[in-house]
Write a new protein. Structure first.
Length: 150
């Protein structure tokens, strides 16, 4: 628990609550609340932690490259779509029952933000179109319709 860890570290560094609070620019009552496990703001926690040597709190690492994470997510989605198409073709080839239909993809970003669409940088619309076409063809093939029928 952060409250106990914080208090133990503060005491081991022989700092008083008053010193930590004054050094961090927040009321001592907030530090007392933090050390008792009460609710304080993240800003207060960060200010308090900044006054101790050897304690860190990283919610999001400072060196996080958001663009790199987005690129990796797009690549992962592409691989997942390719795997789905291949697994459908495999199941069809071995005569297994087709998998249950995948849930419909939501239009635009998912609730909570961050979802990529085909119109965002880093998303290859041609690849998505090709994969969607392959999936459509696989579904038609499962239903016994020729691929060129629409």
């Amino acid at each position: 628990m952060i409250s106990r860890r914080f208090r133990d570290l503060r005491e081991s560094q022989r700092k008083t609550q008053r010193e930590v609070a004054e050094g961090g620019g927040f009321p001592r009552s907030q530090l007392q609340l933090l050390e008792r496990g009460g609710n304080v703001t993240l800003a207060t926690i960060q200010k308090a932690i900044s006054q101790l040597d050897g304690m860190r709190l990283e919610i999001v690492p400072a060196d996080l490259d958001v663009e790199e994470v987005q690129h990796a997510a797009v690549q992962l989605r592409e691989v997942a779509m390719q795997l789905l198409a291949v697994s459908d073709r495999f199941l069809q080839a071995v005569g297994s029952a087709p998998p249950p239909p995948a849930p419909a993809a939501a239009e635009g970003p998912s609730p909570g933000g961050g979802g990529a669409t085909r119109h965002e940088p880093g998303v290859d619309p041609a690849l998505l179109d090709r994969l969607e076409k392959e999936l459509d063809e696989a579904q038609r093939a499962r239903k016994g319709k020729p691929a060129d029928e629409h």
